[in-house]
Design a binder for this molecule. Structure first.
Ligand code: AMP
Ligand code: MG
Length: 323
């Protein structure tokens, strides 16, 4: 069944962005450049952001966009990276010029107020560089709540083992849905019905620096979990949880950065997928995620997403552990 969700153009934009990220990978042009905060960015990040922004300007030009990357970083990048961005964008927009790309990337600094789109063009850049999981993540925020969210996960397998690639979309009150990235065969997503914490499958960041591995392991032990935690990059974790292929996803600020606050573009789309699939998403203190505080979830500490049934047991275990 095909869902009739709002913003169908945004679904097409996610597919197009996923295509350009794969083009960068196929051209072996995925050279990383360090940003000011020392995190890596590649031609795929810029190209995907340019393609989604072009679609946004065509279909919803009056709603601001908050996006992770910026034109200045690309303009300072090596010529080979700039060329790879141009080549990748032209897979979707054959007549795009360098000036178009710069203009599109300059749109991504909108105000994070009232109603705005938020984009992480390549969430999980480190996963992308390893050939592992990553996601193009787009969401619409209204009054601090996510009302539409979509993920394009080119390397994720949900339905078709021989053909990786998942597109997952949710709209407030209208459920969460997914299809293979290369087809239009939508299925409604529902979280699992696991209610025994010992049987739960726990999802966590692949990167050791992005979470508190010691506390995540302690949580698994406290809950008596049989299965070892599953490590993967990006909001693909939310997609698995929404599809019932995982039961708990936890993000604990790393020991080295106990005051780390999550970026809105890293959580918005995935969080709506899980709630619309029947799950629950809060911070580690059980508070709702508040997307009305600017670029970070400054009023929230970490994230806990579950199938709902397991939520209070995990919050209790976190409290016992003093997390
Ligand atoms: P994941 O693959 O789930 O760890 O998510 C990747 C995201 O983690 C990136 O987009 C970063 O914005 C974010 N990130 C970077 N540093 C940290 C950190 N110290 N703690 C938590 N998340 C981080
Ligand atoms: Mg990210």
């Amino acid at each position: 069944m095909k869902p009739t969700l709002p913003h169908p153009w945004a679904v097409d934009a996610l597919r197009a962005a996923a295509r350009v990220t794969r083009a960068v990978q196929q051209q072996r042009a995925a050279q990383a450049v360090d940003k000011a905060d020392r995190s890596p960015v590649t031609a795929a990040d810029f190209a995907a952001q340019a393609v989604v922004t072009a679609a946004l300007l065509a279909h919803d030009p009056h709603t601001p966009l908050v996006a992770e990357e910026d034109a200045a970083t690309l303009q300072a990048a090596p010529a080979a990276v700039q060329q790879a961005v141009l080549d990748a964008v032209r897979v979707v927009h054959p007549h795009a010029t360098w000036a178009d790309i710069v203009a599109w990337l300059e749109q991504g600094r909108g105000a994070a107020r009232d109603r705005f789109w938020v984009l992480d063009p390549v969430d999980g850049t480190k996963g992308f560089l390893r050939g592992a999981q990553y996601a193009v993540a787009l969401a619409l925020i209204e009054g601090g709540r996510v009302v539409w969210g979509g993920l394009g996960c080119p390397n994720l397998v949900l339905f078709t083992p021989d053909r990786p690639g998942v597109l997952a979309v949710a709209a407030q009150g209208q459920g969460a849905w997914a299809t293979g990235l290369h087809e239009d065969a939508w299925q409604r997503l529902r979280v699992s019905t696991v209610d025994d914490p010992r049987q739960a499958r726990l999802l966590r960041s692949y990167e050791a620096a992005h979470t508190h591995g010691g506390l995540v392991a302690a949580l698994a032990q406290q809950l008596g979990m049989i299965h070892p935690p599953v490590r993967l990059d990006s909001q693909a974790k939310y997609a698995l949880l929404a599809a019932g292929q995982g039961d708990i996803y936890v993000r604990v600020p790393p020991a080295a950065k106990p005051d780390y606050r999550e970026k809105i573009w890293d959580q918005a789309a995935g969080a709506l997928l899980v709630t619309e699939a029947g799950g629950r998403v809060t911070d580690l203190d059980g508070r709702a995620l508040d997307f009305a505080q600017g670029l970070t979830l400054s009023r929230n500490r970490g994230v806990l997403a579950t199938n709902g049934r397991l939520h209070s047991a995990v919050l209790r275990a976190l409290q016992i552990l003093g997390v």
